[in-house]
Write a protein that binds this ligand. Sequence first.
Ligand code: FAD
Length: 444
Amino acid sequence: MTAIHVIGGGLAGTEAAWQIAEMGFPITLWEMRPATKTPAHHTEELAELVCSNSFGARAVDRATGLLQQELRELGSLVMRVADAQAVPAGGALAVDRAHFSQELTQILAQHPLVTLRREEVREIPPGMVILATGPLTSPALAAQLQHLTGQEYLSFFDAASPIVLGESINREIAFLASRYDKGEAAYLNCPLDRPEYEAFWQALINAEQAPLKDFEASEKKFFEACLPIEEMARRGIDTLRFGPMKPVGLRDPRHPTRRAHAVVQLRPEDRAGNLWNLVGFQTNLRWGEQQRVLRLIPGLEQAEFVRYGVMHRNTFLNAPRILQATLQFRDYPHLLAAGQLTGTEGYATAVAGGWLAGTNLVRLVQGLPLVTLPTTTMMGALFYFISTAEAKHFQPMPANFGILPPLPTTMKQKSARYQAYSQRSLADLAPWRAQQLTRPVPHH
Ligand code: FAD
């Protein structure tokens, strides 16, 4: 029988390995800790939570809550253990991190079909393979992956600008135009007059920054190629006006004689125009500060952030070029990827990738066609998004409602809309599960 390997015993790898073994296939799970460490993990357990112990909001009408529920309905092991190890955390699903990882390690180590090998994989082994080595993939394996995909399609650093929901942008102020009217009007532009700009600049230079992790601070070279906006602002009051906020060539067609002192441009992240990225606004500000300061920009007063800007070390593939929505490599059918490496973000999202890659790897071994989930589900939408996004500007994406297809009817009230998204997702997931999954899903 073809050898099956899952590389990386994090959240994604643990879920993938268990799914494969539960479907009756022997699998080798490779985890390099404790012999080889990452700069962020502290233990030798599988599925260690590297930072917060929270999987995000629990309510099913929230994006992370919906994703958690979809995973429960698909029989995810990691979600089952997260629920069992939950600690009180208001509306969030937070877990006792030590017990959570210990229980998962024990389950995998005792599974008769799982061989747990504590070794760094430096070269992708022959056979059917899932790569789930996460944001801190070891350098040797990353080098091989880069060789496989082409250097430009594996990133080591994530300098991401914030992304806001299109419907939360004030279109009375923001206008659609491209600089010097070149090509079609592709950007939303938020103009600032001088007092607005100066107030924004003041707020920006005084805002609180998130501390870099020790290993990131010692690798400051990563950050120099791509300055955060707050750093640019500190270099002088007009630096931003000659950089990402330059106003030249941008006129509001509704007010052709008005000249802005500065302009913030937003570029669409998806074809439907649900998500917009603040161009050149990579930032290391604390998330609460990003919301406070960026809402000073006219047109973004009510902006809803689906992803905040980050500047951190992160190994991820250019998924739109490299992966299909099934998580299979486009050029290497025996190879799949899962977790943060695929350009998704968040704990539950990593688990979702592990579930899909594990499920599809077994189908591959069985000679069955690989599956994708309905795009009306959070899981389906996430993997559709990463495999079809614009490759040139690809940034990792967390679970959010902006990536779901619009509802058949317009709903003004946000809470009603989110509930409708959630109901539609779970209603579509049930028949999909019944039709596509050949094995029973355990009920907990
Ligand atoms: P991981 O959980 O990192 O698992 C990858 C595993 O692969 C690791 O165990 C690693 O040791 C192993 N590995 C790597 N290379 C090899 C190799 N060559 N051979 C064998 N094994 C290998 N997300 C959140 O949702 N909330 C947070 O608070 C949060 N904080 C973070 C803080 C830091 C410092 C970092 C780096 C990331 C953070 N993330 C956070 C993102 C987080 O890493 C992911 O959400 C999640 O852990 C990704 O799961 P994964 O399975 O893809 O990767």
